[in-house]
Design a protein around this ligand. Sequence first.
Ligand SMILES: [Zn+2]
Length: 379
Amino acid sequence: MTRLSFFPVDNGDMTLVTTSNEKTVLIDCNIRDVTGEDPPPDVVKQLKERLKKDDKGRYYVDVFMLSHPDQDHCRGFQANFYCGPAADYPEKSEKIFIKELWSSPLIFRRKLRHETLCPDAITFNTEARRRVKKYRNAGGAVSDGDRILVLGEDEDNKQRGIEAIVVKCDTRFSKIAGIAQSNFEGYLLAPVPKGSEDEEEMRSKNNSSIIVQFKIGEGVNADACRFLTGGDADVSIWDRLWEKHKNATDVLKYDILLAPHHCSWHTLSHDSISDLGDKAKVSEPAKSALSQIRDVGRIVASCKEILDDDDDPPSHRAKEEYEKIADKRFHETSDFCGEPFEFDIKSHGPVIRSKASASSFARKDAAAGLIGSGAIGHG
Ligand SMILES: [Zn+2]
């Protein structure tokens, strides 16, 4: 079943793409502790229910892609995914085996200009380096568990000898774990190659992330669903993407958009709401970049419940902007009773599979004035 699954991870991302030939691409993870009182949904259990086991009895993903090394995008990586040489996978381990990693050293470097890495990000980076080294040492002859794709060009000398596993910005790629796909393709929109010192400083401060437009095919339609995903990339990055692609917007078109940065206001605006209130303005280029919706496309926010308050992310005003873009077809991952929010990809396009919780309908009806606040009052 060709499917797109958004796991209920509060303010964080964890998205699984299952292609028409059952390849699995997991983008980010935010796996919280489920041992305490009132635990969050067990997303590892939910994930494993959607994965297959290989001939050694291991759960596996074909690809794990990390959009950027923030904690809410890699929490639980070390505890739940196997790292190290494929041949050394311990017997009886419950860890998920990763056939191929998709990583961007450039984004790690941008993050490190101002911040340190959390332990999960260090583990991911160490594993990515191990795989690149293995590739070099083996002259490219690597197999599942040691494979890596590097998304984005780095400085030349750093990637000499590994050109075959580097995906350049503004190019398409369609192999999963070394196998060419007919119903799956990515177009790499970011990271852009290393720029001037000013440009690097701007990008490091604006949550530089891997941004990809995926084409997920079904049956004879290789373009059944376009999925645009961009981690936590902020407004300046979307502004620049619009400047670059405004005359050829096809690479920004989507049927499903994962609202960047958990529906943050700072994806859409340079202004601070706390300083400017209602005068805070949307940045038109960034909004245009995120408005290239096709037909009855939808926008998904991976975040906690969006209330009409001052929180950010998720921001209520950002939600209002996305509702305008998608003509109200806006969904929050918190609305599905702790279950993943899922689309089945049919040959004519994506179809929602999940049912929203009764409470979310009640809340929306209340917001729409369909339920008066005094309806069940005591007065
Ligand atoms: Zn985030």
